[in-house]
Design a protein around this ligand. Structure first.
Ligand code: ADP
Ligand code: MG
Length: 192
């Protein structure tokens, strides 16, 4: 009863984490039992908190990005009776998280999942894609293109300031030094 699956997506710097924290905070003010989860590989700013690029932060459960992490999210939510859960950087978890979050929503939990739309090559992250088509509500955010200032829907990976080639690894956790928000026109993926 009252379960809901909400997906916040977009490129890096779109304000996904800010929006997630804002929504979790509002639910806490409404006296719902809330919890925020984040993957252990995202330790860019803090180990125990979800931190946005603008400094906004919120206490979080840190879980590994494997089946154990997915199980921890499910078990912690059920055991503690959390009514609202947020998951940041959801694209880093294995695909099993889709079913788990969908089922928790069926069981009455308000699930808010925040994740990247596309990898640096412009290909969808499967977890985000599968969550999006099951969502009860989608919040699609854009950033500002660092080249032209138009709305940015893509994440440009840079190596020594130059666009990263297609054959570089998909997952590379980084901030402003290795990624920029770009529009379709200014998103560049060299073949080599
Ligand atoms: P996300 O989780 O989507 O990466 P955050 O919520 O962590 O985004 O950070 C959003 C903040 O990033 C913005 O409020 C702004 O202060 C900052 N920012 C830095 N670069 C950009 C950009 N190119 N476009 C928009 N916001 C940017
Ligand atoms: Mg974020």
């Amino acid at each position: 009863p009252g379960g809901f699956l909400e997906v916040i997506t977009g490129p890096m710097f779109a304000g996904k984490t800010t929006e997630l924290i804002k929504r979790i905070e509002r639910q806490a003010f409404a006296r719902r039992k809330v919890a925020l989860f984040k993957p252990s590989i995202d330790t860019r700013y803090s180990k125990e908190e979800v931190v946005a690029h603008n400094g906004l932060r919120y206490e979080a459960f840190v879980v590994p990005t494997d089946e154990n992490g997915v199980r921890r999210i499910m078990e912690t939510t059920i055991r503690e009776g959390f009514e609202v859960i947020g998951i940041d950087e959801v694209q880093f978890f294995p695909i099993e998280i889709v079913d788990v979050l969908n089922r928790l929503a069926d069981e009455g939990v308000y699930v808010i999942a925040s994740g990247l739309n596309l990898d640096f090559k412009g290909d969808p992250f499967p977890v985000t894609r599968e969550l999006l088509v099951r969502a009860d509500n989608i919040v699609y955010l854009t950033a500002v293109c660092t080249v032209c200032g138009r709305p940015a829907t893509r994440s440009q990976r840079l190596i020594d300031g130059k666009p990263a080639p297609r054959n570089s690894p998909v997952i590379l956790v980084g901030g402003r030094e290795s990624y920029e928000a770009r529009c379709r026109e200014h998103h560049i993926v060299p073949e080599e």
